[in-house]
Design a protein around this ligand. Sequence first.
Ligand code: C2E
Ligand code: CA
Ligand code: CA
Length: 641
Amino acid sequence: MTDHADALARVAEAEDTLRAIAAGEVDAFVVSDDARGSRIFTLSTADRPYRMFVENMRDGAATLSASGLILFANRRLSELLSCPREAIVGSPLTAFLADDSQRDLAHIRGPGGQGATAELELLGADGVRVPVQVGSSPLSVDGAELLCLTFTDLSAHKAKDREISRLGRAQGERMAQLQAAQEALTAQATHDALTGLPNRELLVERIDEAMERCRRSRKFMALLFIDLDRFKQVNDNHGHAAGDVALRSVADKLVAVLRPMDTVARIGGDEFVVLAPEIENQLHAVDLGSRLLAELGRRVGGGTRDEERVAASIGISVSAGGRGTAETLLKEADTAMYEAKSLGGRRVAVFDAALGLQVRQRSAARLVLQSALDDERIVAHYQPIIDLASGAVAGFEALARIQADDGSITPPSAFIPAAEESGLVVPLGAQVLRIALEAAARWPTTGVTGPLNLAVNLSSRQFESGDLPTLIADELARCSVSAGCLHLELTETAVMDLHVDLLDQLHRIAALGVQIGLDDFGTGYASLTHLRRLPLTFVKIDQSFIQGLGVDHEDERIVAAVVDLAANLGLRSIAEGVETTDQLRRLRELGCDQAQGYLFDHPLAPGDVPEAIERRATPPPRRPPPARPPAARAPAAPPGR
Ligand code: C2E
Ligand code: CA
Ligand code: CA
């Protein structure tokens, strides 16, 4: 028999003995324990092995009376409670339970006192709380209902749990931070920092989605391309901070007008796009555009500052049943916006087939112009300007043309709009100025009216870079042409916007001695204030009014008024598009100073200019002065063509 089995047999034997003792059959017994001899177990010592087992348990153990008093506590429990055993035995268990655990006492007993397990907190004599798992089982001794309890210390577990949950929380916080950072990044990538509106990427995504829905629903959707008019001036005149305020206010106003399903994005400096994903028809979009314009023009909170009211040009493109792509739709809206802008701004334009054709023609024209600029195939033709008093040539207006390799000529009507729109009018203007000054430097002098003048057309876009005065001064010096001979023609619409920078450049140019005049006068809206603030020396009356001379009473009155106005302001008046001798006669009667038109000459190729100068070199004999002063404006002989 092994030692172990031997020991078990002895324990079994001892149990039998104990039962005998409990039954009062025995009160002492002798056990032959080992080779050293027999030992006498009395009743007090008979249960020692059990006691030792209980004492050495890793868990606390106790016996509870039916009234909840602790009858027995092992060493471990005494340790758990930091309390000597004498103080534990005889005390109610509740004395050692933390407040929150008091109510768990019932759990400890289990239903019907059948025993149970529960987690609770012991309250040690030193005030330390010890989490334990309590297991209970009923024990009936001599009719007394006792409860045996074991207490497993959970401190280590709990600490680990706390650590795990702390780590979990920290991890959670890190995850949340990471997610927030990721969301911020995404927002940054898809939103505009200044206004918080979606940016172009997000807009395109939403257009794609809206198109997909339109394809299924067969409905309409619209894009409204909004570009603020003259926004650069807000920045220039009031500073960038004011510009930012204005842009934010625009964003707020747009959002206020739109439906929740609409998207408004900021896709450039002062460019916004509204996506209206579901509309009934095109009119609906136009109506929305008008409402946006009205809202933008409204002052915020009754304020008076410039940046609170803005004008804008709005271009609309509509897609029916999801026609097109985000890119084409945006392009169409952009094109319509340019159309609105070129019509004077503060309006809505809708993209349609005609506009599409125009755009294709313009982009073709842009290509032709670009290659002509690259190959230096820009030429100027020169149209004489006749002094009506003497009949002599006062000068020539340089008019741009493109010369093809085969010698054929493209007129400016075919490329000026594209040049203006694309900005190519800037290099074009510089080339025309250069070649015209070079040509003028070679013109023969006639001695009739002094040196011949050269008129050159300017586009407002040539002022954008700010170095036009320098360019002009340099070219004059290079070609040795006297500044007084150079006459620059600006259209009324080009000077509508009299901003500080434009005025400054015009004054610098005038200070060189160069003359500046208004072209196509009467077709724009130049006010008297404009005429007085600009350093002008002449106005050119638009040919549409000249055509009406002797035909349309209204036109005649306008021409008379312009000639008078010019004279009163000390400006020279020049009539354009004079085609008939009747028109010429009327102009003379009205006292117009100079004239230009097919009646005298068409624009001439450079080689034909000397002949035209010679032709008029001898002044015709003077006639008696007209009825109207001044005498210097006596009619000249009819043009000799
Ligand atoms: P514009 O400055 O008003 O030039 C006068 C236009 O009227 C010229 O047309 C000229 O050929 C035309 N014309 C002259 N006499 C008569 C006439 O008796 N009857 C009629 N019906 N027309 C006459 P063109 O050369 O086709 O130029 C058209 C426009 O293109 C010019 O109008 C000007 O605005 C622009 N342009 C021409 N060259 C340049 C340039 O170098 N720079 C800029 N920015 N614009 C230019
Ligand atoms: Ca002109
Ligand atoms: Ca003109």
